[in-house]
Design a protein around this ligand. Structure first.
Ligand code: E4P
Length: 221
């Protein structure tokens, strides 16, 4: 399972990128709106820092403008994946960009049927938003399960990128149903790192080692 960070925050990206646990990044206009500075420069910096795929989203909703924005975003770096909303003109753009060799991530997907169509159009990734489905009383993870199964049945090569993740259990569940990628806000990745028994165990190891050192002052490892 690949782990992407769902953020435009450069500090968080650097911290987790340095740990080697981040395979890529997803951004969107809302995430960029939360950061200080020029959004274009922030996107360029993310693309420079991270080796893996970086999804950058178009703002346009009409085919010609989507293609134009996609070309501009792709100039930021080879690892740019153009993020396109799940709308009819978006599908046309996915098809055209695939013909040009430009990879896409179809965003704002909320059903298996939408995911099938994005895959048919030629998307490299589909992003079903599970947290937003949970928010309205649907079970987001069931949609992921359906998409994974359908893509397997027909050997679709489009990767299932689980988005709108709200807590670490979403990540475990996504892994169990066989999703290809999860994209997480940095605070959730932080929570995944921690366990109280790890902290407690480390305190005990360190204090026991202090006792050993008192008895053997010359000891080093
Ligand atoms: C995915 O690519 C989106 O950026 C993101 O996961 C949306 O999550 P939200 O529902 O928390 O805004």
């Amino acid at each position: 399972m690949k782990i992407f960070l769902d953020t435009a925050n450069l500090e968080a990206i650097k911290i987790y990128n340095d740990m080697g646990i981040v395979d890529g990044i997803t951004t969107n206009p809302t995430l960029l709106s939360k950061e200080k500075g020029n959004p274009a420069e922030i996107m360029q910096e993310i693309v420079r820092i991270v080796n893996g795929p970086v999804s950058l989203e178009v703002i346009a909703t009409r085919i010609d403008e989507i293609i134009d924005e996609a070309h501009k975003l792709k100039k930021y770096g080879q690892n740019v994946i153009v993020k396109i909303p799940m709308i009819p003109d978006g599908m046309k753009a996915v098809k055209k960009l695939k013909e040009e060799g430009i990879e896409t991530n179809v965003t704002l997907v909320f059903s298996a049927n939408q995911a099938i169509l994005a895959a048919k159009a030629g998307a490299s990734y589909v992003s079903p938003f599970i947290g937003r489905l949970d928010d309205i009383g649907n079970e987001g993870m069931l949609v992921i399960k359906e998409i994974v199964q359908i893509f397997r049945n027909y050997e679709f090569r489009t990767q299932v990128l689980v988005a709108s993740i709200r807590h670490p259990v979403h990540v475990t569940e996504a892994g169990k149903v066989g999703a290809d990628v999860v994209t997480l806000p940095p605070d959730i990745l932080g929570k995944m790192l921690l366990h109280p028994l790890t902290d407690k165990g480390l305190v005990a190891f360190l204090s026991d080692w202090e006792k050993v050192k008192k008895e053997n002052p010359q000891l080093t490892i």
